[in-house]
Design a protein around this ligand. Structure first.
Ligand code: GTP
Ligand code: ZN
Length: 313
């Protein structure tokens, strides 16, 4: 079967509108990719509701680029928040990959924030622990993840060490197939190494475009899109911003439901609006030290306090 010819500018037509995928954002402009794989710089009409990497947009040709007319409805958006405002990592995600490593030692609070944000956005999460070759350091990090595995969180070991057995990377590759995955992780875990290993050399230029877009800025705040295959079915989005992973867009009352080990007990508390902090007959507190790991409950208490104290915007 022959595909119908695409529009003069190469995008999928919707009425007389052309569609494209946002693969990079930069102030008042963003890079879009047409369905036949061409990339062009588009101008945004206004500051409000700027499209995110992963968005599908409608656009019209203008000059040697284009102009975006609107963003199509999103399946989801992963949010975080810094001191000042709510920010978004990307839209229309299938998976959030949290990359940790045996070294540097990871922050459980950061890990939990990423998982809570993904759960709040109804996006699957995958935790990957890199540097399997570090032996004892890896074992103790793997042990710290035991409570996460116990509540059903998918956790994969990984080794990106030069010359190592490729089986862990192959297992990860399978998880990414056919999906759009946002990669998050603190500095030093091997994020750049992973992206370089996963992206075929022919496509690395894609990342170069995104990096070039960001290079003039003081801090890199936008996400970069990389295709993992020639068919453009599987994609990775690399995003900065893991260090300041605020969750103030969430209400404290939502929190327990977004932590699966706590959520399993929420329904059995005496009071329907139990905060699981001090109430009598609290099923969550009764499970602490058993089905709910002490450390996980501590993360809940701290984050609940933070969300309760936060001013809302
Ligand atoms: N031992 C070991 N070292 C690794 C592995 N993967 C990556 N590294 C090393 O870890 C260090 C950090 O890797 P990067 O890929 O630069 O990490 P990153 O997460 O991109 O860090 P930033 O560039 O700071 O954001 C480098 O020295 C890598 O060579 C691994 O599986 N085992
Ligand atoms: Zn309770």
């Amino acid at each position: 079967m022959r595909l119908p010819p695409s529009g003069a500018s190469g995008g999928a037509a919707l009425g007389d509108e052309l569609q494209g995928l946002v693969v990079g954002t930069h102030g008042r402009h963003c890079w879009i990719e047409t369905d036949d794989g061409r990339r062009l710089l588009c101008h945004l009409p206004g500051r409000k509701d700027a499209p995110l990497v992963g968005d599908r947009v409608c656009w019209q040709p203008s000059g040697d680029g284009g102009s975006i007319s609107r963003t199509l409805p999103r399946r989801n958006v992963l949010y975080r928040q810094d001191e000042l405002r709510t920010k978004s990592f990307a839209a229309n995600l299938d998976l959030v990959l949290v990359l940790l490593a045996a070294d540097p030692v990871f922050s459980e609070s950061q890990l939990n924030r990423a998982l809570v944000a993904a759960a709040a956005a109804h996006i699957d999460a995958l935790v990957v622990l890199n540097k399997l070759d570090l032996g004892p350091a890896f074992d103790s990090a793997w042990q710290r993840l035991a409570p996460y595995r116990a509540f059903g969180q998918d956790v994969l070991p990984l080794c990106l060490h030069e010359g190592s057995d490729p089986s862990t990377l192959d297992a990860l590759r399978q998880r990414l197939e056919g999906r759009t995955t946002l990669v998050l992780g603190p500095s030093g875990t091997g994020k750049s190494t992973l992206i370089n290993r996963l992206i075929p050399s022919a496509m690395a230029a894609t990342g170069a475009v995104s990096r070039a877009l960001n290079s003039g800025r003081h801090t890199t705040t936008s996400s970069s899109w990389y295709w993992l295959d020639g068919q453009r079915r599987s994609a990775l989005i690399d995003s900065p911003g893991f260090q300041e992973f605020g969750l103030r867009h969430l209400e404290p009352q939502q929190l327990a439901q977004l932590m699966p080990d706590l959520a399993a007990h929420c329904g059995q508390c005496r009071f329907y609006n139990c905060t699981h902090l001090h109430e009598p007959g609290c099923a969550v507190r009764a499970a602490v030290g058993q089905a709910v790991h002490e450390q996980r409950y501590r993360l809940y208490v701290d984050l609940h306090r933070e969300l309760s104290a936060a001013p809302r915007y």
